[in-house]
Design a protein around this ligand. Sequence first.
Ligand code: SF4
Length: 238
Amino acid sequence: MKLNIERLQENLKIQCHECHGLCCVALYFSKIDGFPEDKLAGNPCNHLLDNNQCHIYNSLKEMKMKGCMIYDCFGAGQIVSQKLPSWRSSENAMVIFGVFQKVVQLQQMLSYLIDAYHIHPNFQLEQLILENLKVRENVLNNSTVDLDKYHQKVSQRLKEICQQYTHDLSMRIMIGEDFRGKDCCNYVFLGTDLRDAKVENADLSQSLFLTQIQLNGCHGNRYTKIPKNLLRPRTWEK
Ligand code: SF4
């Protein structure tokens, strides 16, 4: 199979209008994390409308629903919704939610692999990307997959890449950290907790393994340079 990286990258962007509102139902929420209520996985949020739109979408910022504003499923919602029936009409809604959570993990790994591939294109990464698509297909078909094994392989490869960088902030807790005005092009942000980090005027355009969720949780402005494949958070200063 020939890799179409641009297309895969495009599919990592969320298209909420093509999703059955999966993140607002399938996930466990707590109020303390900036969600509207404490709820169990599998229960729809009270603000989710019958058409799968959020009733308070335009007021999330004013209502301080940080959790909702930050969350990003890496495009898993639309992928699952295209393939499987809506949880509303399904007798196996919990199966659909389980599939969704696995596809989120796979899409997150895919996002890292594509980032790495842009910088170090090689056969090994190409094989891991192809394997990701195969595993995802099996998950969507509800076939048995060894997600942990695949995850370990990807982690190992990503770790090796991170070691080549001098500013490796992988898995570090950097809540509220000040990156204002910094050139972060050589920084690795694999799994870094960047909640409330200040990135006004910073250059993140070449930062490695930065995800949309991390970016959504930072405080940036219109001068913050962001990677081409990510979207400027709508809550940032215009
Ligand atoms: S408030 Fe809106 S975005 Fe947040 S979980 Fe509920 S329906 Fe989803």
